[in-house]
Design a protein around this ligand. Structure first.
Ligand SMILES: [Zn+2]
Length: 72
């Protein structure tokens, strides 16, 4: 069994990384008081962080997977 990679900051073994995405959706308010959902939808994602201390491990998915797959 391989050992899980450790967080460089808090030294805890990590089996997964955490990523937080915030979605923004725009709505259009028309003169008759109706809201209509506009097509514009923006997804703002942060990097991949340690689930325990929030330390940034990787900024993209490839690096995050590489980190999780490494064994010492
Ligand atoms: Zn950590």
């Amino acid at each position: 069994m391989q050992e899980a990679p450790k967080c460089p900051n808090c030294k805890r073994p990590l089996t997964y990384l955490k990523r937080v995405c915030t979605e923004s959706t725009e709505y259009e308010l028309s003169v008759d008081g109706c809201y209509e959902k506009a097509e514009t939808k923006k997804e703002d994602c942060s990097g991949f962080v340690c689930p325990y201390c929030g330390y940034l491990i990787a900024d993209d998915e490839t690096k995050a997977i590489e980190f999780l797959r490494q064994s010492k």
